[in-house]
Design a protein around this ligand. Sequence first.
Ligand SMILES: NC(=O)c1ccc[n+]([C@@H]2O[C@H](COP(=O)([O-])OP(=O)(O)OC[C@H]3O[C@@H](n4cnc5c(N)ncnc54)[C@H](OP(=O)(O)O)[C@@H]3O)[C@@H](O)[C@H]2O)c1
Length: 352
Amino acid sequence: MSRLSVCVVGASGYTGGELLRLLATHPYVEVTMATSREYAGKPIHYVHFNLRGMYRNLKFSELNIDLLLKKCDTVFLSLPHGVSLNYVPKLYEAGLTIVDLSADFRLKNPEAYRVWYGYEHPYQDLIKKAVYGLPELHRDELKSAKLIAAPGCNATAAILSLIPLIKNKLIHTDRIVIDVKVGSSEAGSKPSISDHHPEREGCIRPYDAEGHRHAAEVEQELSIIARHEIRVSMVPHAVGSIRGALASSHTWLINSLDDTELLRYYVNTYKGEPFIRIVYKLPPGYPDPKYVIGSNFADIGFAVERRLNRITSFAAIDNLMKGAAGQAIQAFNIAKGFDESTGLIIVPPKPV
Ligand SMILES: NC(=O)c1ccc[n+]([C@@H]2O[C@H](COP(=O)([O-])OP(=O)(O)OC[C@H]3O[C@@H](n4cnc5c(N)ncnc54)[C@H](OP(=O)(O)O)[C@@H]3O)[C@@H](O)[C@H]2O)c1
């Protein structure tokens, strides 16, 4: 099989680096372009030290759309929110497959962009064409997708933790509180006053506690499953680890189900999913991002506080993998008709 030509735009950043790491061994892909404004002309390993020897014939290049259209079949956009918007229409019109890791095409309701991202979305026709790139919910639509909106990392963890409960109508959907702990790589590679290493190391700091943007995509996706509108309260916490996100979603059961029944729902919901692992009462107890780091797995589990009939549903992911680059490639594999695990069978190391 001839290899597909792939371009990573925003390749000097963290999700761009992860895409390059994964695509380096993807059997059906050749990376023909990797863009960075700051590092154009430098070798890939000048920024991504872990990729030494992997891209001997490739250097970062300026983002030149005309060149990109000539050289690529698929484009991964690892750009900040609001920047992908400038490129997607032309790429789409030219017939390329686009996987956008930013939030620019995740939300179906144009009004939500104004509320959560502060701008009017200029391409409402393209919003309709974009497929939300969570394979566990949109596998069939992804099969013919030309524009894939890769989900946010906190949103991925939150949604995956709640699918079994919503799908099987096990909880009161008017009271859902999602707590997410996430590592510092979530904030991207450019240090900020609060997110560079000396400030972030050792912290446990809530942020966006009055309303986190990812609530919009979580509500959108859970409402589709429930077939009625769902609102969630979501508070992320910045923690000192570099990678990893853990969603602990607190909800209340409608009926008092025992653990065996609940476990059956979780197992059946995710039956056949290549990257979901159910974690139930084995050491170390509950899902922990430490044991998915570097992989595309999402570890899912639950605990019930019996006296209150409250269930906490957990999802642990690597924010740069199942929360970003890994999931983006999983969705790309589906869109291109490859086995969806291609290039993604990575066993997480221990200890890390
Ligand atoms: N980090 C995560 O855990 C994570 C998870 C899920 C989704 N995401 C989303 O993925 C996207 C990328 O995140 P990241 O963490 O990889 O960010 P990052 O580390 O800051 O990288 C951003 C990249 O975009 C390039 N860039 C920035 N502004 C640009 C512009 N105006 N025009 C062209 N290129 C520009 C930068 O390179 P140059 O400045 O050299 O051009 C850099 O390569 C974001 O939308 C983010 O929200 C991130």
